[in-house]
Design a protein around this ligand. Structure first.
Ligand SMILES: NC(=O)c1ccc[n+]([C@@H]2O[C@H](COP(=O)([O-])OP(=O)(O)OC[C@H]3O[C@@H](n4cnc5c(N)ncnc54)[C@H](OP(=O)(O)O)[C@@H]3O)[C@@H](O)[C@H]2O)c1
Length: 102
């Protein structure tokens, strides 16, 4: 599968390594640009790209960013084709993500 991963922290990095090692075509992006992505994230063939490039022409998008950052990438997700699968690993930590009204 062609997979785009947003976030290269604990979860995104693990998914990028495992999914590319399993033979998937993986692109990864963080918030600071592809040149800041560490080599070990790319060790099994994943490619470092911009956030816009990560969600372009993929079968699935994986969000692995803090919940309170989701609004910053929401426009990219809103413009995905209807058939693109979106997988969100995030969960809500009030001490990290600020207060979100019910
Ligand atoms: N850690 C766990 O055990 C665990 C388990 C289950 C679920 N989760 C959830 O999964 C999510 C990710 O957790 P994590 O531990 O992997 O987080 P993390 O280590 O803090 O990494 C967060 C990543 O998100 C990137 N990011 C932030 N804003 C972005 C944006 N606008 N566009 C692209 N990338 C962006 C960061 O890039 P920069 O560094 O460049 O900003 C960083 O690579 C969280 O919601 C967390 O609650 C975590």
């Amino acid at each position: 599968m062609k997979i785009g991963i947003l976030g290269t922290g604990h979860i995104g990095k693990t998914l990028a390594r495992k999914l590319s090692a399993a033979g998937h075509d993986v692109k990864v992006a963080n918030s600071r640009g592809p040149e800041t992505i560490e080599a070990d994230v790319l060790a099994f063939g994943a490619r470092a790209v911009s956030t816009a490039q990560a969600v372009e022409d993929v079968d699935a998008v994986i969000l692995s960013i803090p919940l309170n950052r989701i609004p910053t990438i929401a426009p990219l997700i809103a413009n995905l084709p209807a058939e693109t699968v979106v997988i969100d690993t995030s969960n809500y930590y009030p001490h990290r993500d600020d207060k979100i009204d019910a």
